[in-house]
Design a protein. Sequence first.
Length: 256
Amino acid sequence: MSFIDTHAHIYDQQFKEDIADVLERCAEADVQRIYMPNIDHTSIDAMLELENRYPQQCVPMMGLHPSSVRKHFESELYKVEEWLNRRPFAAVGEIGLDYYWDTSFKEQQKEAFRVQIDFAKQFRIPIVIHTRESFEDAIAIVEEKMEDTLTGVFHCFTGTSEEAERIVKAGFHIGLGGVSTFKNAKLDMVIPTIPIHAIVLETDSPYLAPVPHRGKRNEPSYIPLVAERVATYKQMALEEIAEKTTQNAFTLFKAS
């Protein structure tokens, strides 16, 4: 079996002291590749340095996280565009909308989201979408911008069956992570309704560690724990979940 972690911030300071051990545990857990979403200009150097050290395992994206969208967000978008023109990236991400902490910059977030979707269309790469308390606006923008070249994933999905259906209908993937193992997440009734061809696995490391590590630092080697829970909910063999979600990840990121 082999797995893909489609979303992990392993360049985060929490991994600074033991990243070699973290990646060794990934290999032991058969997690063969880790896709790294960018946050803003402050995270680029650390992310690319990790790619340089571990090019076979660590794959970068380029984007502006909605929580980093502030009054003068245009300068951040210029940096994103500059980097996209400079070299290849797996996706435009992590982008989207986040109304959980602060709604002061809702309209700026929407504008930044639309601009970055256009970047993805220009470079013909997928988008990796963050949504928190903002699904309706996010899916509406995706549907507004939809065309054949636009693909992507709604990462860290915690929504309803109806929301999952809209994502799948748009031709997008659904990222399932540690929240899938939380009893209070109520995903036991939702995951069985999601077609297997639309599911990819993620950790969102260092956040949202799956049970039995909940509350501790998350890391990509925990992907099999997510896969086991998805296998249970889907009533499928773990080996099939591994095979299907790995192929889905390669399809999503146009990789092999």
